[in-house]
Write a protein that binds this ligand. Sequence first.
Ligand code: ATP
Ligand code: MG
Length: 364
Amino acid sequence: MSNPSLLILPGDGIGPEVMAEVTRIIDWFGAKRGIAFDVSEDLVGGCAYDKHGTPLHDDTMAKALEVDAVLLGAVGGPKYDKLDFSVKPERGLLRLRKEMDLFSNLRPAQCFDALADFSSLKKDVVAGLDIMIVRELTSGVYFGEPRGIFKEGNERVGINTQRYTESEIARVARSAFELARKRNNKLCSMEKANVMESGILWRDVVTEVHEAEYSDVELTHMYADAGAMQLTRWPKQFDVIVTDNLFGDMLSDLAAMLTGSLGMLPSASLGAPTENGRPKALYEPVHGSAPDIAGQGKANPIACILSFAMALRYSFDMGDEATRVEKAVEAVLADGKRTADLLGEEGVTPVSTSEMGDAILAAL
Ligand code: ATP
Ligand code: MG
């Protein structure tokens, strides 16, 4: 059998800096665990534009479609702000998402005990929190037609359309049920079936998929507004949440920030299962290229490292190895190591990106 394959796209800004620490962990897996990955590296974003005049070369796109998983750092930066929209760095990422058809966006909100003080909520509300929001990523109100600003009589009217087909709902529901099975067998679906037709259909289809294929998973439904309230009141009541593109955008940001810094948050975007049963997948930190700190060795590599841990779990069926990485991160934080973004004003001296990497490798 061939090795699991991984395409690494470090991108711009702090992307290459945080990705360098992931590469060390991948090497560690080869050397110490006998788990070798076929890793190839390529350009995306501004650096690809500099070399090829496009933020994503066709060859890179083709590679992304071949490998088991893509791991991306970040794209963009002030140098590229004036570029034409068609070649902006972000377009590279959008093209990847679109051509890989990544319709299911997984955003975990996990609170490491050592960082529980960081939350704006009470410590006992967030300590030990570990939930996952699954956001539908390729349809809904962001894409529905008609859309636009139209003239109606003597005033303008802005129109967007929330539109979901049964198959679009069913495929993201399946992706969430699969995830629930890998976790604690519990799924909460959120919509607004009380006021939206698409919400009524959403609830129907999720219920049908549940009855036909996943009746072993405990399923509940909640209106998304009530969900937002419950997420801030007592988030630990949830395990996996599945919701549409718009509600998912808001609820995943809300949930993520229950736990602290942008430098800590990983994500996965998954597509349809391929022949080997695993989905097409792209993993990336939630944060951007952070031009304000790029090149200074200050970036927190944990979000990118945890994104690799998600790849281990969801693309390579290596849940135990993923847990090993997460535990190493947890141990290093418990030991008091902090990059600058995880610190208040005074007291502890921050560690650099590579020192954080050193500590995580040592903990592994
Ligand atoms: P994008 O548009 O690409 O999402 P953004 O403008 O939303 O980017 P980020 O690039 O994510 O923002 O940066 C937001 C702030 O968070 C910046 O001050 C940045 O320095 C900080 N930040 C982001 N990621 C990290 C990280 N890994 N470590 C430390 N600080 C970070
Ligand atoms: Mg942003």
